[in-house]
Design a protein around this ligand. Structure first.
Ligand SMILES: Cc1cc2nc3c(=O)[nH]c(=O)nc-3n(C[C@H](O)[C@H](O)[C@H](O)COP(=O)(O)OP(=O)(O)OC[C@H]3O[C@@H](n4cnc5c(N)ncnc54)[C@H](O)[C@@H]3O)c2cc1C
Length: 377
């Protein structure tokens, strides 16, 4: 166990070892080329699906591994350690898009959609954010109007991870003045348009685009859950799963911390390793302490969820603390590397850019504090 590890069961430890090996074998060799080309290596979906690491928490009935949330966090963390952008795509597929089908879909929908998603034969994105709608989901403008046994979707979605790669999108749209509904929209549907790639600061190996639905017909059998209850389903899905974003941030921060430890031993100034200087030692001690605290919060939130309890507040705390910690740790890592940290010769500039995203997605840090405060009050 390292200074920042938390206790795991034997089964979780085996899962961690297996995902770490897979990341080293299949992800690490693809990182540099994917970063340069700014594309997600699509074949990883099939590789991860075949190895049992897509949608890992799904029941065996649908081809899943039946793993717990702690294991899902371990997967996000190990992927985040190697390549946060790649983590973003694989985790997005394994979370809201597919998990809403599992949680709220009919048995027919689950049997029709999930086995292919678990094996990586289909790719899901979830399309919630719009050009004018971010944190305030209730203000959504995309509309789905009933027309016989189908709905007609019109509207635009922004910043959609996997939007360019997907075979299916889970789309949230307004079906009445007050009600939102969720739909699985096949990519091949007429009126499903994929916009240009988003030019991002970091996470350049994730696929992120805008989408447009222009008179796009979706059969009624692709509506997930009751009409008009999409907002509650979305909030429950987001609230319950945020510790996974925290885990992904922890992975990035752990890589930055480990790079800093190695650099503090190697880099010599004033005739000795910079790790001999108290200023650097204090940074490393703070980084390790905060990382351990973040990890404890994250895995505790996952255990709360696995125990079947309401995980909304612990998940918000875990997401808030872990992502803010990752941002801080990566900044200190860059400082420890000095000028080299600011170059592409060392990976810390990439960690710094990648960690920055995590305080924004799936609810900003400000929104996490609102979630926590509302429950406290
Ligand atoms: C790389 C990337 C990938 C993404 N992937 C997806 C995806 O797959 N699917 C998807 O649907 N979306 C995705 N998003 C969008 C992401 O979920 C949103 O960016 C996020 O929800 C925040 O919305 P916003 O950016 O519009 O910020 P806004 O809501 O416009 O907020 C702007 C600022 O105001 C603050 N703020 C807003 N409301 C309040 C309030 N009530 N109190 C205090 N402060 C407030 C925010 O915290 C923030 O600092 C992605 C974004 C990025 C950058």
């Amino acid at each position: 166990m390292t200074a920042t590890d938390v206790a795991l069961t034997e089964e979780q430890r085996l899962f961690q070892g297996a995902i770490r090996t897979l990341c080293e074998r299949e992800v690490a060799p693809r990182v540099a080329a994917a970063e340069a080309a700014e594309v997600f290596p699509r074949e990883l979906f099939a590789i991860f699906g075949e190895a049992g690491f897509l949608c890992p928490t799904f029941p065996e009935d649908y081809g899943g591994a039946g793993a717990d949330t702690v294991s899902f966090c371990l997967m996000a963390e190990e992927l985040g350690r190697v390549a946060s952008g790649i983590a973003g795509s694989l985790v997005a597929h394994s979370s809201i898009g597919t998990s809403a089908v599992l949680a709220y879909g009919t048995e027919e929908q689950r049997r029709r959609l999930l086995p292919d998603a678990v094996k990586g034969r289909s790719i899901f994105c979830f399309a919630v954010t719009e050009p004018n709608v971010g944190s305030d989901l209730a203000a959504m403008q995309t509309r789905a109007v009933r027309d016989g046994a189908a709905y007609v979707l019109d509207g635009a979605k922004s910043f959609i991870t996997n939007g360019g790669l997907c075979t299916h999108a889970l789309v949230a749209a307004r079906t009445s003045e007050k009600g939102l509904s969720l739909f699985v929209v096949p990519r091949a549907s007429e009126g499903f348009e994929v916009g240009p790639k988003v030019e991002k600061l970091g996470n350049r190996r994730s696929d992120c685009v805008s989408l447009r639905f222009d008179g796009c017909r979706v059969p009624e059998e692709n509506r997930i859950g009751p009409e008009g209850e999409g907002f509650a389903m979305l909030v429950r899905a987001l609230n319950g799963g945020r510790m996974v974003v925290g885990a992904r941030a922890l992975g990035v921060a752990s890589a930055a911390f480990e790079a800093s430890l190695a650099y503090a031993r190697e880099r010599r100034q004033f005739g000795r390793p910079i790790g001999d200087f108290e200023a650097i030692q204090m940074k490393l001690a703070q980084m390790a302490t905060r990382l351990r605290a973040a990890r404890l919060l994250t895995y505790d939130a996952a255990r709360v969820k696995d125990a079947g309890e309401d995980a909304a507040m612990p998940a918000a705390m875990a997401k808030l603390f872990s992502t803010e910690t990752a941002k801080w740790v990566c900044d200190e890592a860059l400082q420890i590397h000095g000028a080299y940290g600011y170059t592409r010769e060392f990976p810390v500039e990439r960690y710094w850019r990648d960690a920055r995203l995590t305080t924004i997605i799936e609810g900003t840090s400000e929104i996490q504090q609102l979630v926590i405060a509302r429950r406290l009050l």
